[in-house]
Design a protein around this ligand. Structure first.
Ligand SMILES: CC(C)(COP(=O)(O)OP(=O)(O)OC[C@H]1O[C@@H](n2cnc3c(N)ncnc32)[C@H](O)[C@@H]1OP(=O)(O)O)[C@@H](O)C(=O)NCCC(=O)NCCS
Length: 176
């Protein structure tokens, strides 16, 4: 049996002081490898790191929740949940930034992270999850295979570069 050098998935209860930097390192590696996590692959490092710091601030402020695999100071994968605020949307959450370190992809960790996010949302009593993903990638197929329903497409709504405009595909998962 292959021994994995890390643990998880687990919910981060308290983000340690270097968590923003550690997340930035993972996010940058996934971005450079062409991952669909908010940036074009040649994005400036400081832009990715700034958004990573903000995401961890959101976790500290309980605006988002973070599930990880890996060591605390060497994240190997993440998924975030952002619950709706206000009574109209408090029964749902958005799934954000599902990513696995490029050299660890294809070993089941992405599925485990997504399953953990679904389990956590279910335990919170949420009724549905939403996510959006980039057209022109394998991701719409990935989410369909994980049992999510494609509910719509925003045409040409993602601009990766002047000549690289993509559709955004929206998915929903109803929780039982
Ligand atoms: C998307 C991602 C998280 C999947 O994680 P992973 O660890 O590579 O995927 P897994 O090994 O858990 O694969 C789970 C299942 O999805 C399938 N799968 C994996 N990558 C896939 C892809 N690119 N396209 C279609 N199916 C895929 C696997 O074959 C497997 O199917 P099975 O359960 O029927 O065997 C990972 O590839 C990643 O980090 N990509 C870059 C970041 C990104 O684009 N995230 C999407 C944000 S919306």
């Amino acid at each position: 049996m292959t021994e994995e050098p890390f643990s998880g998935p687990h919910l981060v209860q308290e983000a340690h002081p270097e968590m923003g930097t550690v997340l930035g390192t993972l996010w940058l590696a996934v971005t450079r490898a062409g991952g669909a996590v908010g940036f074009p692959s040649d994005a400036a490092e400081q832009d990715v790191r700034a958004v990573a710091e903000q995401a961890i601030e959101d976790v500290r402020a309980k605006r988002q929740q973070l599930i990880v695999i890996g060591a605390d100071h060497a994240l190997a994968g993440t998924v975030f949940l952002r619950r709706g605020t206000g009574t109209v949307v408090a029964h749902r959450a958005e799934v954000l930034r599902l990513m696995v370190r490029p050299d660890l992809q294809g070993r089941g960790w992405g599925k485990r992270l997504l399953d953990a996010a679904v389990a956590h949302a279910t335990a919170l009593g949420l009724e549905q999850l939403l996510l959006s993903t980039r057209g022109g990638t394998d991701m719409p197929t990935f989410y369909k295979r994980q049992g999510w329903s494609e509910v719509g497409v925003f045409p040409a709504s993602l601009r990766l570069g002047p000549d690289d405009i993509r559709d955004e595909h929206w998915f929903q998962l109803r929780l039982s």
